[in-house]
Design a protein around this ligand. Structure first.
Ligand code: PMP
Length: 418
């Protein structure tokens, strides 16, 4: 890293920047599971663009589709005009994602980011039900716009924004306070008119809280939640922005629980190539939008539609990616379990290819990430206290790369724990 370049980041770019502090180098190229900095040093990526790169960097299959589209002068910016790229994607979603799962969703393109999808989902739920409250869970993360922040159960993330949670109390998440599979507190609060809780429009939940520290909702708990919502006419929104697109071993992260959310938000890896794109999926009867009622200049990123379509066709036409993700996830789980048994004082949890190593405090987790970086591995922390090292490699990672990353991680943990 040259001084001049350091200076321009420090003098010109806002103080808000974060990742460059954890990984103090200047990256230049990336391919598959690897990033390379301007000095030619390679880094193994166990971070995958915060979940946006499930198919790896510059995936060659997606790159070819993108190049061909651009060379042919395909529309890149399309607002919500009908385009060939969008029609192709919609048909592919129906054929490869919805029909095989018996889902009857309509599709909204809310704008480029996960937060755009969350905003649209919240607004739709309020509009359809005529109610305003939305229940969310402790340690939830739904995005940085003000509406999304208002359902983000993390005071540090909301700090300074001046938005209170849009209900009175964060709801306990599965396993929180050691209470497993128990929604009785929530049921009581909803049924007790003196609780001060208005009947909510919706409940928004991540089946695995990514930013919240790899907190995993159990299938039985999710089923109870879905039933509770259905009983009381509350819409269930699953925020699959980070855990969707195969991260947990199935295309949608809620499939293992056998539930069908009323509304689903997707972003990050749905574009396939790291291109900004988001979707809101809503049960057919919920599509009560009037034309133009919700919009956004960048809701028609047709280049992303092309790579999204290619990713679905290439990776989701058969069960191979799911099987490979589960197999690699199992390897990861076995290795991490051995690691925590060996070192003590840490625990692990995960599903599919998202796993966490939970340390006693944030300084240990930060040190592991720093030492990992110095040895060529990119991992980041998550959790309410940043005490969890989150492992989120591309789903296309090879067995050798997984082994190499785990070796670097073991050495880092060894240094920190001794
Ligand atoms: N929901 C979840 C579950 C997320 O993990 C994130 C991003 N980390 C978002 C929403 C917000 O997405 P974006 O940063 O693209 O706005």
């Amino acid at each position: 890293m040259t001084t001049a370049e350091t200076t321009v980041f420090e003098t010109l770019e806002s103080n808000v920047r974060g990742y460059c502090r954890s990984w103090p180098t200047v990256f230049e190229t990336a391919r598959g599971t690897w990033l390379t900095d301007e000095n030619g040093t390679d880094y193994l990526d166990f971070f995958a663009g915060a979940g946006a790169l499930n198919y790896g960097h510059n995936n060659p299959v997606l790159k070819r589709a993108l190049i061909d589209y651009l060379v042919g002068d395909g529309i890149t910016h399309g607002l919500d005009m009908s385009t060939v790229a969008k029609r192709t994607l919609l048909e592919t979603l129906r054929e490869l994602v919805f029909e095989p799962r018996g889902l009857d969703y309509k599709v909204q393109f809310p704008g480029p980011t996960g937060a755009n999808a969350v905003e649209a989902a919240l607004k739709l739920a309020r509009k359809v039900t005529g109610r305003t409250a939305v229940l969310n869970f402790t340690n939830a993360f739904h995005g940085m716009t003000l509406g999304a922040l208002s359902v983000t159960g993390n005071a540090a993330k909301r700090a300074g924004a001046g938005v209170p949670l849009i209900h009175a109390t964060p709801m306990p998440y599965d396993g929180y306070l050691g209470v497993a599979d128990d929604l009785s507190w929530m049921r009581r609060a909803l049924d007790d008119s003196s609780s001060g809780l208005d009947r909510p429009a919706a409940v928004i939940v991540e089946t695995v809280q990514g930013e919240g520290g790899v907190n995993i909702a159990r299938a039985a708990w999710l089923r109870q939640l879905a039933e509770l919502c259905a009983d009381r006419g509350i819409l269930l929104i699953v925020d699959d922005v980070q855990m969707g697109c195969g991260r947990t071993g199935s295309f949608f992260s809620f499939e293992f629980a056998g539930i069908t959310p009323d509304i689903v938000t997707l972003s990050k890896s749905i574009g396939g190539y790291g291109l900004p794109m988001a979707l809101v999926l809503m049960k057919r009867e919920l599509d009560q939008w009037a034309p133009g009622e919700h919009n956004g200049t960048f809701r028609g990123n047709n280049a992303a539609f092309v790579t999204a379509d290619k990713a679905l066709r290439h990776y989701w036409a058969d069960g191979r990616l799911e099987a490979a993700t589960l197999a690699k996830g199992e390897r990861l789980r076995t290795s991490l379990t051995a690691m925590v048994e060996h070192f003590g004082g840490i625990t692990t949890r995960g599903r599919g290819l998202v796993h966490g190593l939970v340390f006693a405090d944030s300084s240990q987790a930060a040190k592991v990430c720093r030492i990992a970086f110095e040895n060529g591995l990119l991992v980041e922390t998550s959790g309410s206290e940043d005490e969890v090292v989150k492992l989120l490699p591309p789903l296309t990672i090879t067995d050798d790369e997984l082994t190499l990353g785990l070796d670097i991680l073991v050495r880092a943990v060894d240094i920190v724990r001794h």
